[in-house]
Design a protein around this ligand. Sequence first.
Ligand code: NAD
Length: 496
Amino acid sequence: MAVTTATRTKVLNYVGGSWVESKAAEWRDIVNPATSEAIATTPLSSAAETGAAIEAAAAAFPAWRRTPTEDRIQPLFKLKMLLEEHLDELSRIITLENGKTFGESKGELRRAIENVEVSCGMPTMMQGYLLEDVARGIDEFMIRQPLGVVAVITPFNFPGMIPFWFLPYAIATGNTLVLKPSERVPLTMQRVFQLLEQTGLPKGVVNLVNGGKDVVDALLDHPKVRAVSFVGSSPIAKYVYARAAASGKRAQCQGGAKNHVIVLPDADMKTATQIIGDSAFGCAGQRCLAVSVALTIGEAQKTFRDSIAEAAASLRVGNGLEEGVQMGPVITPQSKTRIESLIAKGEKDGAKVIVDGRNTKIPKCEAGHFVKPTILDGVPATSELTDTEIFGPVLSLVHARDMTEALAILERSPFGNQASLFTSSGSAARRFRYEAPAGNIGINIGVAAPMAYFPFTGWKGSFFGDMHAQGRDAVEFYTDKKVVIERWGEEHSRKF
Ligand code: NAD
């Protein structure tokens, strides 16, 4: 999809404190998913251009790591104020390039800001610990030191939030950074980096390289990159994890998902319907924490099916910038085709399409990539859909005999990003929390997204690595521990 660059706004790279136009041979159109209108063009930067950004980050590291933590967080306080000030402008950019509603864009930016706020506590979070007299006259302590240059690679579905799961922690702990956003949604970070430039960060501490696989591979192979934070689909997460590890890097790679919710008959069905509907269809189902399978138990099979079908059919779908629109388009025409063919596959496998969002045309947005909310009832366990991430506004309904059978279905899933339960029973909730094989658990919650001061804890095929994004895990991930044993006293417990 190369374009004549003269006709479109070009997305730039930000390297060593300067905005640079890529010399890439290939450029991609950035398309508004609601209208198919091209709004900018972005380069697929080269390995050499990526190398230049890594060198800029490496050059900035020695001075940045010696900057007191208290001083390193001052630009983050400024960044918080700038993000607040530009919230509406940034939200509009997210909606234009990603398609989600303006309200959803604002919501994701609030989560981004929350991570900046938490990182401002770095002088406390980065502290080590000390014990005097581990032997007579000998003291021992642990300190944390930054790693060096770190790389961050992000997906299309949260252009404003996901980079902030990493960036503020990485720089507050004293690292320097190269970020590669998704080539489908580079405009939000372009604007965020213009704001970062106003915060007084020294040149080279944060760098932005736009592109695709070539940039990722260059980041994974470069000897000066010490750690890689990745979010995207599971096959790519696994690839990034393996390739980063092969060159001795630390890696945290968040992958795809297939999230289950169990609805017990004692749940408050009205609330459950609203919350599960928002989880399944919000952001057009393009959330890694979107509920994708609802397992109903007992009479919830009928009550929940009827109420969720009514809610799904009544959602207002359209251009996310329009007042009152509750769900926007999916990201590309290819996504729409893939989602619609998976719905057809489910139908062929024996499921009944009780709400059908295929072949949607939205007035004034005829060229947009819309799929309306869709519900498949009775998806058989043998269907390909059972384990496939659809990443669209599609909810599968499956009936289970009891909680034991429902939990066994979760156990068989290759993913473990989120699992939720709707109930009014404390003991059912406790059992679920205890046994559910997923890292983010919701009890009467539809999108169990951890606050910034908790880790984002995907399990199984949804995460490759040890330390997660956000909060204390981020501090662990972006620092090396060093243990120091000192003797200054005159007395010895050993004889020499
Ligand atoms: P993606 O895997 O296609 O792309 C993610 C990043 O990897 C992008 O920056 C892209 O340029 C890069 N990339 C793509 N193909 C590559 C290749 N062959 N080699 C090297 N790099 C490559 O993901 P996406 O479509 O942008 O995002 C959607 C996916 O992300 C879904 O699977 C979703 O579940 C997942 N996701 C997971 C989380 C989580 O927290 N677990 C959060 C958000 C999204």
